[in-house]
Design a protein around this ligand. Sequence first.
Ligand code: GFB
Length: 313
Amino acid sequence: MNKNAKIYVAGHRGMVGSALVRKLQAEGYQRLILRTSAELDLTNQQAVADFFADEQPDYVFLAAAKVGGIQTNNTYRADFIYQNLMIETNVIHSAYINQVTKLLFLGSSCIYPKLAPQPLKEEYLLTGLLEPTNEPYAIAKIAGIKLCEAYRSQYGCHFISVMPTNLYGTNDHYDLNNSHVLPALLRKFHTAKIDNAPAVEIWGSGTPKREFLHVDDLAEACFYLMQTYDEAELINIGTGEDISIKDLALLIKDIVGYSGELRFDATKPDGTPRKLMDVSKLHALGWQHKIDLAEGIRAVYDDVHQTSLFNAS
Ligand code: GFB
């Protein structure tokens, strides 16, 4: 990517988009095109078409999406499938019409079958049934992968798809109903410590395993792949290591310095038992993550625990 390239980061206020902007700015890119959702509604086909026609970006990072944790995915099922399909279709089609040099689409590890063999290889896509709690979101993300593949196959577009594992880091969401497990537990343990509460509630059984990647590592990987990878097949981005929810809770408990108990709430869903990425393809391409999980969580906790994020309802 030439330093003068015009780069559109869709979703620049989100956790992933903002990490991409920090990375691109640190690398010296100054012609970033950024729009808030109030300025550009990506679900509006005409608005997106007009925006691309006016701006003519050279590169697109498609990080705009409706996202959230297990409960919000399961509750707002229509919003998750509708908004994500609309955003992907509008942006990818406009990127084709306006001859964007290259587009990188961000998916999710939940596109793989619920009971696929572990670790998850890229070729396991569409080989089995999906996890029901996030099926609408996963279907939309699979459609995004297939859009990139189809525009590459029919029109020769250089559109690539990357599948990040569960992410955490700067600009995460801490709303307890809608957030992912890692930020939710940071907030719950911190609040329990301040309130001297006897126990912290952990959703589900604690046995599911998840893999966590710091969003700054993800931004590094996306930047690397935008310049080095140009194939139809999706590519996993993760650490290749996972941890049970119970062990994650114990790690966060230790980092926060809370001394009470863990209480598991079996009325809440577990979701997929395990979704560990096979990252051998990414490693073979020459990229590995750098931020260790405990170190990453400590940095996030230091950044946020005295901010209003932990007071938001
Ligand atoms: O992070 P999380 O919401 O997403 O939940 P998923 C991971 C696991 O942590 C589940 C448990 O087994 C939860 O039951 N958990 C324990 C908690 N305590 C909590 C808590 O306080 N809050 C939350 N949120 N979970 C989402 C998908 O799945 O992950 C999306 O729904 C997307 O589609 C995203 O792929 C990365 O990993 O289960």
